[in-house]
Design a protein around this ligand. Sequence first.
Ligand SMILES: [Zn+2]
Length: 352
Amino acid sequence: MNESTFSTNSFSAPLPWQLDQWSQLSRAFAAGQMAHAYLLAGSEGLGKSLFAESFARTMLCLKPTTKEVAGKEVRVSCGECANCQKGGAGNHPDIVQIEVEEGSKNIKIDQIRWLSEFVIRSSHSGAAKVAIIQDAHLLNGNAANALLKTLEEPNKQTHLLLVSDHPGRLVATVRSRCQKLNFQTPKASVAKDWLEAILGGSNIEALLEASEMRPLTALRLAGGDWMEGRAQFLQGICDMKLGKKSTQQALALTPKIGESDVLLHLSAFLSKLIKYCLTGSELRDDDPAFEGLYTLLKPSNDKQITQSIASSLALFYSEVELARKQLASASNPNPQLIMESILWRWSQLELS
Ligand SMILES: [Zn+2]
């Protein structure tokens, strides 16, 4: 199963790490006190979009029921009534989604005008209406202004769920008119149990580490040939250190897994090495992809040497983190250039 099949109609309950947010909205909805607009904020891969879709269906369900999720009873949609059927098929007229259109980089004003019409018209089912705005930080200036008007003139029956991985990039005036729902990365055990139930036992730890404990990102990585690409890349930068590969050859291995994932691995790997240098913690790993890299680090009894290695690793780590930020930034980053400079820095790093 991958993320896309996971997001299909069968799914209408919160994910195990979303219970607080779900309960908060459920209580407000039951009391007729839902805010006009919510901002579902948190990093990518936490299932915020799935949450919005599931909650929208639950709001419209004619016969809501309860379900146990991670030991808690939660109110969910029945999955069977007329509203659930239409909602599950993605064609309920009272649930709409706005997202960046194909070939575009932003959400445009025409889309928000269309949304404004949806907000003022009456509900087909007589129940609530919900509009979900995916990647709300990608609203362009005009679209954000148009949305502001809609937010200023709420329609009691209609609720807006704005979803964003980068809430800080959303225009402040829009942000301040939404009630914020923060989503956090789950505890390791929660994420692990959830992934294991879907994928079985293989590579769960590596996936969670590489995804920085973001379960849906881990699920995406599990699909395709990502694991293999990752192993090749890690071996590639190991070979680079041993003089068996050039920077260009290692660089050529990055497109297969993508620059941001490559930086994620480097970052995870470096933090392990730093911990090892500082605490002498065991450098053992069940993940064979790291084995070659670990052999590069020669243990030393000289505390000064170890500390000096740790400092240069920490400096490099901060550069990798900065590169990750640059890659994810809204300005136009140059991935090739960023990767070249990071790999060059790696080649210069003293590890013994
Ligand atoms: Zn239903």
